[in-house]
Design a protein around this ligand. Structure first.
Ligand code: PHE
Length: 435
């Protein structure tokens, strides 16, 4: 369907796959380690659920908020390529520090990982965009492929790191996450020959003494508005999606019938389901949108994102279905949960790779990394929002929270579509230039 992609894509694909392996592996055991009692086999820190979830919320927010300084450093000081490498070293060092059983090591490790992800994650994404010239039609499919790499890491990590962490010891799990990142670094160093023209620091024109202030053109303003709207969608979207690790996880454990053919599937295994769906459906969803484009019904990025928000709403309606069934006193059927994840992932695929691609398309080159950084920071806010919404369930009840999320997604998606006529002009204007 598409012509060959640049070799550099494979390098970025595997580097990011390992980085995500390390990230999601560590994330899968973090809360378990925090809450495990301090006595007995494989002891943890003995924290309360509330304290553990609070740290988890701050951690998942900060890793992405650090993308702003990460993007800034790339644009102004080092270029994306070097920042990615240094970020990777921080992550590996951080994970290996967590492998040491000591509280100072624990906090130091977290800080190193937060700094490292801030340097690596947004900039490696910008580099994917840098593989394609303006107007190259392979850009979107390049991001879809990259996104599949992310999810191969995300799907396998909870299984491997989770297993090692729970069975052999938490610190071995963290160590394994560190080794994963080091493997990513090896791929990245080896692959430098394919990344010669990508991610280098752009020379800044300096006029002596004074800074140049060129006012934004109409088109640049359009583009920035489009980007800002997309950031808003992202906060709402991840605020819903990231229930997976929190509320939906606890709900699966307590209220979903997990017995299949006489075997009770462990709850943590379901954490890999969305990532598996991304791997299976990634190209299908992307080519659905691409076909519409070929038929002349070009769906602008924001349109795809609004539809993605809608589909997300349906995903949460499935959870309302589960909660209604569970209200009758039985455990709800597993199919509700699977259908919910399936719809959520179709929504994700209409939003997340699309956003990555079009940020690299729309942002002016000299602000490319910082724009990506702000985008990831919005994701971080979404993650924090998810935690806050999840907490509501203990007072308001799960049915109310699931349905509330669904209604909010529908309302927000509808609002975007109502303004769509205007937005469409805007996005087409903004995208037409470079696409
Ligand atoms: N699965 C995605 C990833 O790890 C989730 C995500 C999207 C995270 C956007 C940050 C920003 O890449």
């Amino acid at each position: 369907m598409t012509s060959r992609h640049p070799k550099g894509l494979a390098i970025l694909f595997f580097t990011e796959m390992w980085e995500r392996f390390s990230f999601y592996g560590m994330r899968a055991i973090l809360v378990l380690y925090l809450t495990k009692e301090t006595m007995g086999a494989n002891p943890g820190l003995g924290w309360s659920n509330t304290d553990a979830l609070a740290l988890y919320g701050w951690y998942t927010m900060l890793v992405y908020v650090m993308s702003i300084p990460g993007g800034y450093v790339a644009d102004r000081l080092l270029g994306q390529k070097k920042t990615v490498f240094i970020g990777g070293m921080f992550i590996a060092l951080g994970q290996l520090t967590l492998a040491i059983d000591n509280m100072v090591a624990f906090y130091t490790g977290l800080a190193l990982i937060i700094t490292g992800v801030g340097g690596l994650k947004p900039n490696i994404s910008t580099m994917v965009g840098g593989l394609y010239k303006q107007g190259d039609s392979r850009r979107d499919s390049g991001f879809t492929i990259f996104y599949i790499g992310i999810n191969i890491g995300a799907a396998s990590a909870p299984l491997l790191v989770g297993y090692v962490g729970e069975v052999y010891g938490w610190h071995y799990g963290f160590g394994l996450a560190g080794i994963g990142m080091l493997l990513g670094q090896i791929v990245y160093i080896w692959g430098q020959k394919y990344l010669k023209d990508v991610g280098n620091l752009l020379p800044v024109k300096k006029t002596e003494g004074k800074k140049e202030h060129t006012p934004l053109t109409k088109i640049e303003k359009d583009r920035i508005i489009v980007l800002l709207i997309s950031f808003l969608i992202v906060i709402v979207f991840w605020g819903a999606y990231e229930q997976a690790g929190g509320l939906m996880n606890l709900y699966t454990k307590a209220k979903i019938n997990r017995v299949v053919l006489g075997w009770e599937i462990p709850t943590s295994l379901f954490q890999s389901v969305p990532a598996f769906f991304v791997i299976i459906l990634g190209t299908a969803v992307a080519s659905f949108w691409a076909k519409r484009q070929l038929k002349g019904k070009e769906a602008s990025s924001l349109f795809k994102m609004a539809i993605g928000t809608f589909i997300m709403g349906f995903g949460f309606l499935m959870m309302s279905g589960a909660a209604l069934e569970a209200a009758t006193g039985v455990k709800a059927m597993l199919i509700w949960l699977i259908a919910s994840y399936l719809l959520q992932v179709i929504g994700e695929l209409s939003i997340s790779p699309v956003a990555l691609s079009f940020i690299t398309k729309l942002a002016p080159a000299k602000y490319a990394s910082i724009m990506m950084g702000i985008y990831f920071a919005a994701t971080g806010l979404g993650n924090k929002l998810a935690g806050l919404v999840g907490e509501l369930a203990s007072n308001a009840g799960e049915l109310e929270v699931f349905t509330g999320i669904a209604v909010f997604c529908f309302a927000f998606g509808a609002l975007l579509l109502v303004f769509f006529k205007k937005l469409k002009v805007l996005t087409h204007n903004a995208e037409a230039i470079t696409n």
